[in-house]
Design a protein around this ligand. Structure first.
Ligand code: GUN
Length: 290
């Protein structure tokens, strides 16, 4: 039987509606949840992501402070801007869209963000908290994947989860989340140095593709009845498409859907969940702490 398609768009819509209600309550208390969004340069994919985030914030009744900087912006200038935003009580969250221009050290910039405003969950303090199982902001894409998995009638405890890709943004934190005691999956983290990738993937009850390689996971690499989550958002040339490209995931959808029990589409799977989780983090950052 072909796989059931996991509707990330619909799940994200429900979560965003709930966030909208909570944001309205905060506004009545005189708190206007606000995310500062910094974009340096004009990378087309980044421009599109930032636009989608700001639109979603507005729809949920939250504010964004849109800061666009030229590709040539200096590291020092960016750091002092972050310092200013850290000290601004009207700003609850700070998001620096990645990748940054090559002459700027990404780790320096991320470490400059106040962990209390680190709604991306990229600061070493947030990463450390995640690994230790302590409270802190969870990175949005891994949190979105976990939220989708928890909705399925499939046990995570004791399941073998195979994560393909070890990026700081997705693979690494997701592998760490899945093996936390409260989730209790057994995790294998694969990467470009992995031997026998195909064999390991075939062992997965839950297979998560986050390598940034279009069509990497084929049907032959998937066990019958597995859950397959596609985190890939690759732009591939397509002269027939209006924009000259189309989005393709890391999973070869057609061949994998014949074997998997559940599969996320691209677009409409993980992507919308990332934005919903970002909104959730901004709301948490804005809520009064006792
Ligand atoms: N670039 C790609 N994904 C992300 C993300 O989730 N957050 C930020 N800040 N940059 C990104």
């Amino acid at each position: 039987m072909p796989a059931a398609i996991i509707d990330g768009k619909e799940t994200a819509r429900k979560i965003r509606a709930g966030i909208g209600v909570r944001a309205a309550t905060l506004r009545k208390e005189g708190i206007f949840p606000c995310l500062a969004v910094i974009l340096a340069g004009e990378d087309p994919a980044s421009l599109s992501y930032v636009g989608a985030k700001e639109k979603a914030l507005a729809e949920a009744g939250m504010e964004s402070r849109d800061i666009r900087l030229p590709q040539s912006v200096g590291e020092g200038e960016l750091l002092s801007l972050i310092d200013q935003l850290n000290r601004d009580p009207a700003v609850h969250g700070i998001l620096v869209q990645l990748p940054l221009p090559r002459h700027i050290r990404e780790d320096k910039v991320i470490a400059a963000i106040d962990p209390a405003k680190d709604v991306d969950g990229f600061h070493p303090f947030s990463v450390g908290s995640l690994v230790l199982g302590q409270p802190g902001f969870l990175p949005c894409t891994p949190h979105g994947v976990l939220t989708l998995l928890r909705e399925l009638p499939v046990p995570l405890a004791g399941a073998h989860a195979v994560v393909v890709g070890r990026s700081n943004i997705v693979g690494r934190p997701l592998a760490n989340l899945l093996c936390r005691r409260d989730i209790n999956a057994t995790v294998t983290l694969c990467h470009t140095g992995t031997r026998n990738l195909e064999d390991i993937c075939r062992e997965a009850d839950i297979l998560i593709a986050a390598a940034g390689k279009p069509g990497l996971v084929s049907g032959a690499m998937v066990r019958e009845g597995a859950v397959v989550i596609d985190v890939g958002v690759n732009r591939v040339e397509d002269p027939a498409a209006k924009k000259g490209y189309r989005l393709r995931g890391d999973v070869d959808f057609d061949s994998v859907a014949e074997k998997a029990a559940y599969i996320t589409p691209v677009p409409g799977g993980v992507g919308p969940m990332t934005i919903a989780m970002l909104l959730q983090n901004v709301l948490i950052a804005a809520e009064p702490k006792n």
